[in-house]
Design a protein around this ligand. Structure first.
Ligand code: FE2
Length: 280
């Protein structure tokens, strides 16, 4: 019989969150400790249930700083479905919502729930889970010194960017289509699907009767990039599936080229076309 000596080194299964040196919170030990604590909550949620998190006053203040700056951009540029769904969800400007309650509300009414993740996950997992009605959701907030910027998706991006549209009946089938495509895509197909996802659910524009509007979460959660998307520096092109699939993107800068869909139903048909073509 063998036994593990009491002095055997233990391996921490959840090491501290690694922040690159140029991250706004990299030299703030309090922020780093908080990121570690929130990541541990996500790791601990083994059943995938969104925990209720007691956010700190300065975290609510950061949310407030971003949400108030986004309000004007949303009024001018957000898709009608986004604005209606956000209103129905009752997302406040003054504090980070209770994510467990928000998840329950989304699940009950719209068949999609939020599941906590400590950070970015790979795109196939993210999209496959989305197709199964699970929106993987980071729960930390960006560093308060740079409310206009986050190098990674934070709770502002997930909740103010993504969540509302999943409460819209015309948008919801898209997530299932993406999920089915991700489940069967080849390696090359996954790279193309990532582009399709990027130029739609993250940075998509839609032509509405009232004019051009944004529905992508990357735009709707950035008060800098949202007005930029409608300016002269950006080339806005009609959505053509093969062109989108072949267009690379750079996530480190503002997007110089965006694609416009005429409706969410049209977009769903394009994802299904990709799927029908073997998701290659
Ligand atoms: Fe996102």
């Amino acid at each position: 019989m063998t036994a593990v000596p009491e002095t055997a080194p233990t391996i921490d299964p959840h090491p501290p969150v690694a922040l690159p040196l140029d991250h706004p919170g990299a030299s703030d030990p309090r922020y780093r400790a908080r990121r570690d604590a929130i990541a541990r909550l996500a790791h601990a949620a083994r059943d995938g249930r969104m925990p209720s998190i007691d956010y700190l006053p300065d975290e609510h203040a950061t949310w407030r700083a971003v949400a108030s700056r986004l309000a004007e951009g949303h009024a001018r540029h957000a898709a009608a479905a986004y604005r209606a769904a956000r209103h129905d969800l009752g997302l406040a400007e003054d504090r980070i919502p209770d994510l467990a309650a928000l998840s329950e509300r989304l699940a009950r009414a719209h068949g999609i729930r939020l599941a906590p993740v400590p950070g970015l996950i790979d795109s196939r997992s993210f999209l496959t889970r989305l197709g199964a009605g699970v929106l993987s959701c980071t729960t930390f907030i960006r560093h308060g010194s740079r409310p206009e910027y986050t190098p990674e998706p934070d709770v502002v991006h997930e909740v103010l960017g993504h969540a509302p549209l999943f409460a819209d009946a015309t948008f919801a089938p898209l997530s299932r289509a993406f999920g089915r495509a991700a489940a069967v895509a080849t390696t090359e197909g996954m790279r193309r699907l990532e582009r399709l996802y990027w130029f739609t659910l993250e940075f998509g524009l839609i032509e509405e009767p009232a004019g051009l509007r944004a529905y992508g979460a990357g735009l709707l959660s950035s008060f800098g990039e949202l007005p930029h998307a409608f300016g002269e520096a950006v080339e806005r092109r009609p959505f053509v599936l093969e062109e989108v699939l072949e267009t690379p993107y750079d996530y480190t800068c503002m997007q110089p080229r965006l694609f416009v869909v005429p409706s969410f139903a049209f977009l769903e048909r394009q994802v299904l076309r990709f799927l029908d073509a073997g998701a290659r």
